[in-house]
Design a binder for this molecule. Structure first.
Ligand code: SF4
Ligand code: SF4
Ligand code: SF4
Length: 185
């Protein structure tokens, strides 16, 4: 896999990390494109304009996003019905861009300006209190997709860094518990 090419491909992707392309996020999709394992038509949030940018980078003919992966769709954000939310916090780790605020046993809220509309928070909610609100029936134009990608990239990186720090702390705690106790002097 050509990592420099994957970087260039990743740079034009929307960074919602929605997984609709069939990969675990934008970077894995970019790597699959760079290695020839994926097609340019697999990213619905990027729309046909992003597919064309991918085609150009790969020296291929442009083609629209395949309906098999979904359609670009309107601009939507998640909203939480606070009267129904039980504060279980299961939606928090599902959000790739940390757009949900709340703590265990507290009501949760979506920060609308940070929400990419990826819908990944919906399946983990045990009481189905997350729905999507349409803000604009038109899909985002390419310039807005690119501008938002910068915001989502930063928030996703911060979320991953915090997750890694939590895992490292957990591993240290487990290691400390497993270590044999020293007998008292
Ligand atoms: S934004 Fe596009 S490339 Fe990124 S995860 Fe979603 S479908 Fe895949
Ligand atoms: S709040 Fe839900 S829909 Fe919005 S970005 Fe987070 S996971 Fe995606
Ligand atoms: S998963 Fe649903 S019920 Fe649990 S905190 Fe999130 S919105 Fe509330």
């Amino acid at each position: 896999m050509d990592a420099a090419l994957a970087d260039r491909l990743d740079a034009v992707l929307p960074q919602t990390q929605c997984t609709r392309c069939g990969y675990a996020g934008c970077r894995p999709y970019a790597e699959a494109l760079a290695s020839g394992a994926a097609g340019i038509d697999q990213c619905p949030p990027g729309g046909d304009a992003t597919a064309a940018a991918l085609a150009e980078l790969l020296g291929q003919s442009a083609r629209p996003v395949s309906p098999a992966f979904g359609v670009q769709g309107p601009v939507r954000v998640a909203i939480i019905d606070e009267a129904v939310c039980i504060g279980c916090a299961k939606c928090l780790p599902a959000c790739p861009v940390d757009a949900i605020v709340g703590a265990r046993k507290q009501l949760h809220t979506v920060i609308g300006r940070e929400c990419s509309g990826c819908e990944l928070c919906i399946p983990p909610c045990p009481v189905d209190c997350i729905t999507m609100l349409e803000l604009d029936p038109r899909p985002l134009p390419l310039a807005a997709i690119r501008a938002r990608a910068l915001q989502y990239r930063e928030r996703y990186a911060a979320q991953r860094a915090r997750g890694a720090a939590r895992e490292a702390a957990r591993a240290r705690r487990l290691e400390a518990r497993a270590a044999p106790r020293q007998p008292p002097p």
